[in-house]
Design a protein around this ligand. Structure first.
Ligand code: NAX
Length: 324
């Protein structure tokens, strides 16, 4: 029999995981032939809630789910893992400044980086979902010097998927027909949803839609503010769609993107003027279990301005954390 893959998931008692864990256990990441073991991490005060979720996982009788463990110790959760979904993080509480939020999370991801460094398999793939996701992923990587930096990523796929649907509706095409769309930069309202190279069935999407002011004045702000719109409507932040995006991200990384572009925040190699080491969304193609950056694009003035804005925010976050 195939050996089970070990998957660590943090923030296991939270609302994203209430959807995510069930999708993982169904086989939506590795496929229907790959048994898995879940290694769940959450805070000491959330252990009872995690036990409740585990009861529900048991009650699904998932054939692929061979074992589930629960811990509040990152080194235990990350032991021998093949993959990790880092969803747990410190939410912003009332009166908390942005900088306090950054430093509180920096502490969490320092500890988790060290644990990853010690305990995980070297070829484990890691996605950071917990906000501020990009900077958390950078801190994680900075504190895991013996772990391959390219295996640590942050999620911008939800922004990517949000934009795809709006673009597809406007163009009157299926979401699956769109290629070469990308979300650059930070998972925050500064992210840059870039349609410049996008195609639908090989035809230029900007030409097909033919409405640049809709793109600039409606699509870009709509994607940027979608998280707030969902909170407003639902009274709670996006959860099922966030879980779905995390699955898409990992699924494509492991199984390939069929030659299509996808968006993941990865450690910058300096290309497109993004300072090295920042975790920024860039266009990638996934194949053979890894990703390749789409290189050599020439950016026009609008693209450069939008990219500079979101990368500038990542630089600010990095500097705020460094000052502590
Ligand atoms: P919840 O507040 O429902 O759950 C968070 C869970 O994490 C809680 O159970 C909490 O006890 C746990 N936790 C906190 N600190 C922890 C630590 N140090 N170790 C382990 N567990 C810890 O939040 P939920 O709605 O599930 O969202 C989780 C995170 O995803 C938030 O930071 C949220 O901002 C972020 N998001 C990121 C998105 C992205 O696109 N990158 C989109 C969705 C979401 O907003």
């Amino acid at each position: 029999a195939t050996e089970a893959k070990r998957i660590a998931v943090t923030g296991a008692a939270g609302q994203i995981c209430y959807s995510l864990l069930f999708s993982i256990a169904k086989g939506e990441v590795y496929g229907a032939d790959q048994p898995i073991r879940l290694q769940l991490l959450d805070l000491p005060q959330a252990q009872d809630a995690v036990r409740g979720v585990v009861m529900e996982l048991e009650d699904c009788a998932f054939p692929l789910l061979k074992d589930v463990s629960i811990t509040d110790d990152p080194a235990v959760a990350f032991k021998d893992i093949d993959a990790a979904f880092l969803v747990g993080s410190r939410p912003r509480s009332k009166g908390m400044e942005r900088r306090d939020l950054l430093t509180a999370n920096a502490e969490i991801f320092k500890v988790q980086g060290k644990a990853l460094n010690e305990a995980a398999k070297r070829d484990a793939r890691v996605i950071v979902v917990g906000n501020p996701a990009n900077t958390n992923a950078m801190i994680l990587a900075d504190n895991a010097p013996d772990f391959p930096r390219e295996n640590i990523t942050a999620m911008v796929r939800l922004d990517h998927n949000r934009a795809l649907t709006q673009l597809a509706k406007k163009a009157g095409v299926g979401v699956e027909e769109i290629d070469k769309f990308v979300v650059w930069g930070n998972h925050s309202p500064t992210m840059f949803a870039d349609w410049t190279n996008a195609t639908a069935n090989g035809k230029s999407l900007p030409e097909l839609i033919g409405d640049e002011s809709w793109y600039k004045d409606t699509l870009i702000p709509q994607v940027a503010k979608r998280g707030s719109a969902i909170i407003e409507a639902r009274g709670a932040s996006s959860a099922a769609s966030a879980a779905n995006a995390a699955i898409d991200h990992m699924h494509d990384w492991i199984n390939g993107s069929n030659g299509d572009w996808t968006s993941m925040a990865v450690s910058s190699d300096g290309s497109y003027g993004i300072p090295e080491g920042l975790m920024a969304g860039v266009p990638l193609i996934c194949a053979n279990g890894s990703y390749e950056r789409v290189t050599g694009l020439s950016l026009d003035a609008f693209q450069r301005e939008m990219l500079e804005r979101t990368v500038g925010e990542l630089v600010e976050e990095r500097d705020a954390v460094a000052k502590g």
